[in-house]
Write a protein that binds this ligand. Structure first.
Ligand code: ADP
Length: 307
C-alpha cells in the first residue's frame, strides 16, 4: 500500500501561444479547469498505475473540494484521511501553458496550508499498513517532517519530491530514503547548477552527505540521474535517458513520475525497473494536456513500456 500526504488543488489552465512577460497581456487563450495539486496528482498517478493508495489531504468546504474528493474516490483512492476545512477555501493553481509546452504556475494554497501534524496522528493505521510514503512540499513543512518520521517508524520507504523548491531543515534529510528533485530543485537545495551528468552527480553527493541514501534527479527530456550510496562513502551513479516523445504539456511530468515510481516500489520491483516504469508513464503524460487528466492507466503504461 502507498500513502501519499500532500496537496489538492483545482487547476485553472489557460493555454496561450507564448507565455506573457511581466506586464504583458496575451490574447486568444483557451480556458479549462482540472483537478491538480502535487499530492493529489501523485496519488492519482499511482492509483492509475495499479497501486492501492491512501491520501492524506485537506480541502475547503466548497464545490472545488467536493469535486476533488469525488475524483479521488473515482480513481479508487482511500480518502478516509482527507479532511475538510470549514474556514479556508480549497487550493487553487493558476497555470499558463504555451504552445511549446512550457508552463508558468501561481498557487493559492487555501486549505492545504492547514494540513497539520495532528491530521497525521488520526491516520496512524494507514502509516502502519503502508510500504511506501510519498511526500511533496505544497503542505506545511512541519507536516512533511512528521509524515517522514511516522513513515520511518513504520519501516516504510519514505520518498520526498522536494517540489516546489524551498529550504529544508537538516533534520528532515535523515528521515528520507529517497529524494527526487528536478534540476531546478536540486540546484535550490545544493547550490550546484545541474546541467549534465557530472553536475547531477555532484548535487547528489551533497544530498547523500545530508543523510539521504538514494537521490533521483529528474532532468526533463534529458531523463533521470540515479545516485545511490553503496556504503563507506562509495556512491554509484547511473543515467536513464527519457523516452523520446513529442511533448504537448509537461505540467505534471514530475508528479506522474513520482506517483508511478512509488506505485512500482510498492510492488517490490528493482529500483531500475521502477525508474523506467515511471519514465514511461511520464513520457505518456507529457503528450496530453493537464495534470491528473494526463496520468495514464496501467494498461497504457504497460503497452508503451513493452513496445
Ligand atoms: P518536473 O515536472 O518535476 O519538472 P521533469 O521535467 O524532470 O520533472 O520530468 C520528470 C520525468 O518525466 C523526466 O525525468 C522524464 O523521464 C519525463 N519527462 C519529462 N519531460 C519529458 C519529455 N519532454 N519527453 C519525455 N519524457 C519526459
Amino acid at each position: 500500500r502507498l500513502l501519499v500526504v500532500g496537496s489538492s488543488n483545482t487547476d485553472m489552465i489557460l493555454q496561450v501561444q507564448n507565455l506573457p512577460r511581466p506586464g504583458e497581456t496575451v490574447l486568444g487563450g483557451q480556458f479549462s479547469t482540472a483537478p491538480g495539486g502535487k499530492g493529489a496528482n501523485q496519488a492519482v498517478a499511482a492509483a492509475r498505475a495499479g497501486a492501492d493508495v491512501s491520501l492524506v489531504a485537506r480541502v475547503g468546504r466548497d464545490s472545488f473540494g467536493e469535486q476533488a474528493l469525488a475524483g479521488f474516490a473515482g480513481d479508487g483512492i482511500d480518502t478516509r484521511h482527507c479532511s475538510v476545512d470549514d474556514s479556508a477555501p480549497s487550493g487553487v493553481a493558476q497555470i499558463l501553458v504555451s504552445a511549446a509546452g512550457e508552463n508558468c504556475i501561481g498557487v493559492a494554497p487555501g486549505a492545504n496550508a492547514t494540513l497539520a501534524p495532528r491530521h497525521l496522528d488520526s491516520a496512524s493505521e494507514a502509516f502502519r499498513k503502508c510500504a511506501v510514503v510519498l511526500l511533496q512540499l505544497e503542505t506545511p513543512l512541519a507536516t512533511v517532517e512528521r509524515a517522514a518520521a511516522l513513515g520511518r517508524d513504520a519501516d516504510a520507504v519514505v520518498i520526498l519530491n522536494p517540489a516546489p523548491a524551498c529550504e529544508l531543515p537538516d533534520s528532515l534529510y535523515p528521515l528520507l530514503d529517497m529524494i527526487t528533485p528536478n534540476e531546478t530543485e536540486a540546484e535550490h537545495l545544493t547550490g550546484i547548477r545541474v546541467t549534465d551528468e557530472s553536475s547531477a552527480a555532484a548535487a547528489a553527493r551533497v544530498l547523500h552527505k545530508r543523510g539521504v541514501t538514494t537521490v533521483l534527479i529528474t532532468r526533463g527530456a534529458s531523463g533521470v540521474y540515479l545516485s545511490r550510496e553503496a556504503g563507506q562513502n562509495a556512491v554509484t551513479g547511473e543515467s536513464f535517458p527519457a523516452f523520446e516523445v513529442d511533448a504537448v504539456d509537461t505540467t505534471a511530468a514530475g508528479d506522474v513520475f513520482n506517483g508511478c515510481l512509488a506505485a512500482a516500489l510498492t510492488r517490490g520491483e528493482t529500483l531500475e525497473r521502477c525508474v523506467r516504469f515511471a519514465q514511461a508513464a511520464a513520457a505518456l503524460s507529457v503528450q496530453v494536456l493537464g495534470a491528473q487528466t494526463s496520468a495514464p492507466d496501467i494498461a497504457a503504461i504497460d503497452a508503451f513500456f513493452q513496445s
